[in-house]
Design a binder for this molecule. Structure first.
Ligand SMILES: [Zn+2]
Ligand SMILES: [Zn+2]
Length: 213
């Protein structure tokens, strides 16, 4: 990766790469099954479009650079939100001790689906890459992309009252939403039926075992 001109952004990218390496290391520990193998992050793929943005759109990152320079931050790699194209998310938390107002930048790493045409590349084609089995021009590709957001905490609150108070709230809620109440009642009934049926089935099996001894 060519170094960025902006030293602050370069240092951030280096930290991000380290965080991703650590995450892969952690994932590697329980790497016995195939599912986890797939979840090892392709680090150059993830950072590539961010690197381009840091090179080409410095103006967009004025505030981010200021934060990086003046506020202690930590990077956490977390699962993507429920997004079909999501790969993972880097949460950059800034701990602002003066204002006691922590804030975050969230970088959502995504695929950009490019349905440009089914690959029919052959080794005689220009730019053909043996290792990729493709020339990489105009074929279908899920390209790297990202989205970055800044967010502030505006409030933290937990239920003001004890559990019984909460039950009153719950009752009132269902009283004013009869449809949902009915749905819940049906689901509760069906679950109980299912539980009873499987218990009876197990009992009958046991009974048959005992009687046939
Ligand atoms: Zn191709
Ligand atoms: Zn009690």
């Amino acid at each position: 990766m060519k170094k960025l001109k902006n030293k602050t952004l370069q240092a951030f990218l280096d930290n991000l790469v380290e965080a991703l390496k650590d995450e892969n290391e952690n994932r590697g520990w329980d790497n016995k099954n195939e599912e986890n193998k797939e979840s090892i992050f392709d680090i150059p793929f993830l950072v590539s479009s961010l690197w381009q943005a840091f090179r080409e759109k410095l103006d967009t990152y004025t505030d981010f650079i200021k934060c990086l320079n003046h506020t202690f931050y930590q990077i956490h790699i977390v699962k993507s939100d429920d997004n079909y194209y999501g790969i993972c998310k880097a949460i950059v938390t800034f701990y602002d001790s003066k204002e006691t107002k922590d804030f975050q930048y969230e970088i959502d790493f995504l695929y950009n689906q490019r349905d440009w045409g089914y690959c029919q590349c052959t080794p005689d084609m220009k730019d053909y890459r043996e290792d990729k089995h493709c020339c990489g021009h105009g074929c279908d590709w899920w390209a790297p992309s990202f989205e970055i957001r800044k967010s502030y905490r505006i409030n933290i609150q937990s239920w003001d009252g004890d559990e019984h108070d909460y039950w009153d709230f719950e009752d009132e809620f269902y009283l004013s939403d009869k449809e949902l109440a009915e749905k819940k009642e049906n689901e509760d009934r069906e679950r109980e039926i299912w539980e009873l049926k499987s218990r009876i089935e197990a009992d009958q099996k046991r009974l048959a075992e005992l009687e046939n001894k």
